[in-house]
Design a protein around this ligand. Structure first.
Ligand code: SF4
Length: 279
């Protein structure tokens, strides 16, 4: 799942800096998918798939070297002199979080745990004790062994797991996320992960061919969240978004701020969960 903003900085392949509203400061994105692989094909995906991806697998030494360079560059004030970052120099020296989030789905890499270890190793070396480690995921690979081990490692390091859920039923999931992965597997992964670690649900609400999410679908979506909680899962909060940039499908369009707020209110009312809106 993509975080936002451009994922190309200098000649770096695996890392990129972002001033993020959600992090309230500097976030370093770790792009484990320069190859642009994803097991979803969301109608709103902002990854440019017309141009081919770059490296095919993650070279851990290069990942470490790039991450270490970028953290030092930020801490030493170099990033503060770069276009766009020079508009908010006071935010560029402290790394608030490091997020696995790139041009595809991070849990698709075969060595996710080794990637987490590479990142935590650099954090230890550079004394980044206060930075959070975030995984932004479409939830399809949360049941893989390497991913579960990675989540444990992250958990020991203020790890946060931001998991996508854009639908309440299989047909709507197929319409919006266009994935071959069964919806039931996504739900089981969310449930099982939330039973071990608190998760954040990230949901993008949009207009499809002019129609916002139907009321019955929104009810079903809330039911899915309630089922996770009833099964002993912990949902810290729900992040509700709409589309921010041009989409590959012209019929996938954004909601108004009022529509998104109404959806957030309905989720709060039906689930009792905290909902943060990003419009
Ligand atoms: S999960 Fe969806 S939005 Fe995220 S990279 Fe894959 S296709 Fe794009």
């Amino acid at each position: 799942m993509v975080q936002d903003h451009t994922r190309v900085f200098q000649d770096l392949i695996y890392v990129y800096p972002v001033i993020s509203r959600r992090s309230r400061g500097l976030s370093i994105g770790v792009n484990l998918n320069p190859d642009k692989r994803c097991n979803f094909d969301c109608v709103y995906c902002e990854v440019d798939r017309r141009t081919p991806g770059r490296a095919e697998s993650v070279h851990l030494d290069q990942l470490r070297a790039e991450l270490s360079w970028l953290i030092r560059y930020a801490q030493d004030g170099g990033l503060a002199t770069q276009p766009k970052f020079d508009q908010v120099p006071e935010l560029t020296r402290v790394v608030r979080d490091i997020a696995f989030s790139g041009d595809g789905e991070p849990t698709m890499v075969p060595n996710f745990d080794a990637c987490v270890q590479a990142v935590t190793g650099v954090m230890d070396e550079l004394g980044l004790d206060d930075a959070k480690l975030v995984l932004i995921t479409d939830s399809a690979g949360l049941d893989k062994g390497t991913v579960k081990r990675g989540l444990e490692l992250m958990s020991a390091r203020k790890g946060e797991f931001w998991c996508k859920l854009d639908a309440g039923t299989e047909p709507y999931y197929r319409l919006v996320n266009r994935s071959a992965v069964r919806f039931e597997r996504i739900l089981a992964n969310l449930r099982e992960t939330a039973q071990s670690h608190p998760i954040v649900i990230q949901s993008l609400f949009l207009r499809v061919h002019g129609e916002p999410m139907p009321a019955a679908e929104l009810n079903a979506y809330c039911d899915r969240l309630n089922e996770i909680v009833q099964a002993g899962g912990r949902i810290r909060e729900v992040h509700a978004y709409t589309i921010a940039r041009p989409t590959p499908e012209p019929w996938a369009t954004k909601l108004t701020a009022a529509e998104l707020k109404a959806i957030a209110d309905a989720i709060r009312e039906r689930t009792g969960l905290p909902v943060e809106v990003f419009d």
